[in-house]
Design a protein around this ligand. Structure first.
Ligand code: ADP
Length: 500
């Protein structure tokens, strides 16, 4: 095992990796921007190195500076987390060229799966079913119109370099294709520096089901079962669970074997995920492979009993996997809610400010992977995901009750968060019945984001306490400064409470 590992990330995922390091007896080296000087991950690590100003282009994305920090602090390996440099082939290569270990797949595997068109070509060559569409990028709008006519509308224009749902446009009619092509290409160029667009048939009402993989350097590739990530807004996941109500043991074995085949084709090592669409007839289509640890990895950890991050470090140091495919079957049910600093009542507008009060859920089966504390400043420099709340229970209905209970214990003041929205989803009859697919949330959004009109006792008490503490310290809380139209019932009640 390594003596020392640098974590090239921030927030909850940096803390997650630091925890794995600590449990393995590995010294952790954090990096941070000026905006994160007081951040929890900086204090949690054994050593921390400042790498520049707040914008990530001047700090967390500066691969060379990060490699320099690893060398000067004596780290032997770099864990990239997710986002930032995690899927940059050049970074994986530069880390290796500097004589360090990249805790992730080889640069060649990132390259093979990095472009969606290259990944589709590889998948097709190895008998992995893909969504019908092109494996090459499209030259112009006229070319797109010709191909769309061939496949039949609706079609989806996608960025070859895509990620995070950017550069994606659904086209339902030939009259829209020229403008959609231009828009997708422009968005892709802005987001990825590469405007290449290809086309897929748009599948109506599928589920997003993905397979977690882990591979060592000795030829072992094992799948850890599926995650269902159908609760999405604008092609971005909001709630994930494991296993999926739509996946039987035989389908799990089949999709798992398909994902293992794709990983082998790419010469894959370390943790990775094959994403699929699963249609209503049980047919599945490969979407892409994410060549890194994913945000939603904890639900797999909870049902498989495998510590994915520890195994990332272990296989990167050359250790063979300590379990076989036969050892893996899902135990119970896990659900994750992404707690973001976004305002569900206001079209999920990013919300900024200082965390003025924080009360974390706990008790049986509750896990909090967070990156904030009281006093944390939430800015627009970084991703709005503040934390992940994850629960584990014997069955799906019990996991839903547990998540509802945990969410009701959670109090965050100072910024708007997605907490209320998640509570509504846990109460929703269709969600509870497992009747979800990737367009479900967009269809139901209006009813899930309206003011609930009810107060909730635990929160109220905690909020009143926070208000009191703030008024005593002379700090003005967000609640008192909020416009009436956006303050929900409990906030108004809490304000009243604090006045009496
Ligand atoms: P990104 O890398 O930008 O996240 P993905 O290819 O992973 O893009 O797709 C993101 C989401 O978009 C999927 O989870 C799914 O909800 C939707 N999607 C992607 N391709 C299709 C398709 N062909 N038909 C319908 N929905 C799709």
């Amino acid at each position: 095992m390594f003596d020392s590992v640098l974590i090239a990330n921030r927030g909850e995922i940096a803390l997650r990796v630091i925890r794995a390091c600590r449990e393995l007896g590995v010294r952790s080296v954090a990096v941070y921007s000026d905006a994160d000087a007081g951040a929890p991950h900086v204090r949690a690590a054994d050593v921390a190195v400042n790498i520049g100003p707040p914008p990530s282009s001047e700090s967390y994305l500066l691969g060379d500076r990060i490699i320099q920090a690893a060398i000067s602090e004596g780290a032997q390996a770099i864990h990239p987390g997710y986002g930032f440099l995690s899927e940059r082939e050049w970074f994986a290569r530069a880390v290796r060229d500097a004589g360090l270990v990249f805790i992730g797949p080889p640069a060649e595997a990132i390259a093979a799966m990095g472009s969606k068109t290259a990944a589709r070509t590889l998948a097709v060559a190895h008998g992995v079913p893909v969504v019908p569409g092109t494996t090459e990028s499209i030259e112009d709008a006229a070319h797109a119109a010709g191909i769309a006519a061939e496949f039949g509308y609706p079609v989806l224009l996608k960025a070859a370099a895509g990620g995070g749902g950017k550069g994606m446009r659904v086209v339902r009619d030939a009259s829209e294709i020229a403008t959609s092509f231009a828009a997708a290409s422009r968005e892709a160029k802005n987001a990825f520096g590469d405007g290449a667009i290809y086309l897929e048939k748009y599948i109506e009402g599928p589920r997003h089901v993905e397979i977690q993989l882990i591979a060592d350097m000795h030829g072992n590739v094992i799948h850890l079962g599926e995650r269902e990530c159908s609760v999405q807004r604008r092609h971005q996941k909001m709630i994930e669970e494991a296993p999926s109500v739509a996946v039987s043991p035989s389908l799990r074995a089949e999709m798992g074997a398909t994902a293992v085949r794709a990983a082998r084709a790419a010469g894959y090592v370390n943790a990775g995920t094959c994403e699929f669409l699963l249609d209503r007839d049980g047919k599945y289509y490969f979407l892409e492979m994410n060549t890194r640890l994913q945000v939603e990895h904890p639900v797999t950890e909870l049902v498989s009993g495998i510590d994915l991050v520890q195994w990332q470090l272990r296989v990167a140091s050359g250790e063979p996997l300590g379990f076989t495919q036969a050892d893996i079957s899902p135990n119970g049910w896990a659900i994750e809610c992404r707690i973001t600093s976004e305002d569900p009542a206001n079209e999920f507008m990013p919300s900024t400010g200082r965390i003025s009060f924080l009360h974390l859920p706990s008790g049986p089966g509750v896990r909090w992977d967070g990156g904030i504390e009281i006093g944390s400043q939430v800015s627009l420099h970084y991703d709005p995901m503040l934390a992940k709340l994850i629960v584990h229970a014997p069955t799906r209905p019990l996991a839903i009750e547990r998540m509802h209970r945990a969410l009701s214990e959670l109090v965050i003041t100072g910024v708007e968060t997605s907490r209320e929205f998640h509570l509504r989803v846990m109460e929703d009859a269709e969600f509870r019945a497992g009747e979800i697919e990737i367009q479900w949330l967009e269809r139901r959004l209006a009813s899930l984001t309206t003011d609930p009109g009810t107060a909730d006792g635990v929160r109220l008490a905690a909020l009143a306490g926070a208000l009191l503490a703030d008024s005593e310290s002379g700090v003005r809380t967000d609640v008192s400064s909020k416009k009436g139209s956006t303050a929900s019932a409990w906030q108004r009640a809490a304000r009243l409470e604090s006045l009496t």
